[in-house]
Design a protein. Structure first.
Length: 167
C-alpha cells in the first residue's frame, strides 16, 4: 500500500512515518467513524480502493488501520500522496472517559523500560476509566516493585484520568 520515502528512510524516524502511497494501484482515503473524509493532518480510518483488481475489486475497503495524510507534498517532490503517520489499528483504541480515542500504540513507550523483563503483555479496558494490564514476566524475579513501576509509567501517558492496574 505504501513505502517509506527514500528521503526520510535514513533519518532515523519510525518506520510508520512518511510513507508514499502507491497511487498507481490504490486510491487511499482517510475517513471518520461515519465514512466522511477527514481533513489533511487529521487522524482517520484508512480506506482503500484497489485500482488494478478487475475480477474482485475492493471499493472503499476499511483495512482496520488509522493514520494521518499530509496536507502538502512530500519534500522529496516525488508527487505521491504521503501518509505522514500510521497511528494503529482502528480496533485497538482506548476510549478515554472524555470520549477521546487514544491508540494503544501511544501506551507502548511505557513498556520500553521493561522490555527485557516481560515476554508478553495484554491490555484490557474493563470500564471507561480503567485498564488492566496482564503480563508474562521473563523471570520469576518480576514482582510488585516492577509492576508498580510499570503502573507509574503508564500513568504518564496522555490518558486523562484512567486507573491502571498491572497484574
Amino acid at each position: 500500500m505504501a513505502q517509506t520515502c527514500p528521503s526520510h528512510a535514513s533519518g532515523g524516524g519510525p518506520a510508520s512515518e512518511n510513507l508514499h502511497v502507491n497511487a498507481a494501484h490504490l486510491f487511499v482515503e482517510l475517513v471518520d467513524r461515519d465514512g466522511r473524509p477527514v481533513a489533511p493532518g487529521e487522524e482517520g480510518r484508512i480506506v482503500v480502493t484497489d485500482l488494478g483488481n478487475r475480477v474482485a475489486p475492493l471499493v472503499r475497503y476499511d483495512v482496520g488501520d488509522t493514520g494521518v495524510m499530509a496536507g502538502e507534498p512530500c519534500p522529496c517532490r516525488r508527487g505521491l500522496p504521503l501518509l505522514t503517520r500510521l497511528c494503529g489499528r482502528a480496533m485497538t483504541l482506548v476510549v478515554l472517559p472524555s470520549g477521546r480515542r487514544l491508540p494503544v500504540l501511544c501506551l507502548r513507550p511505557a513498556f520500553w523500560s521493561q522490555s527485557d523483563l516481560l515476554l508478553e503483555h495484554q491490555l484490557a479496558q474493563v470500564s471507561p476509566d480503567s485498564i488492566v494490564v496482564s503480563v508474562v514476566p521473563a523471570s520469576p524475579a518480576y514482582g510488585e516493585a516492577e509492576a508498580a513501576a510499570l503502573e507509574r509509567e503508564l500513568a504518564k501517558c496522555p490518558a486523562d484520568t484512567m486507573a491502571v492496574k498491572v497484574g
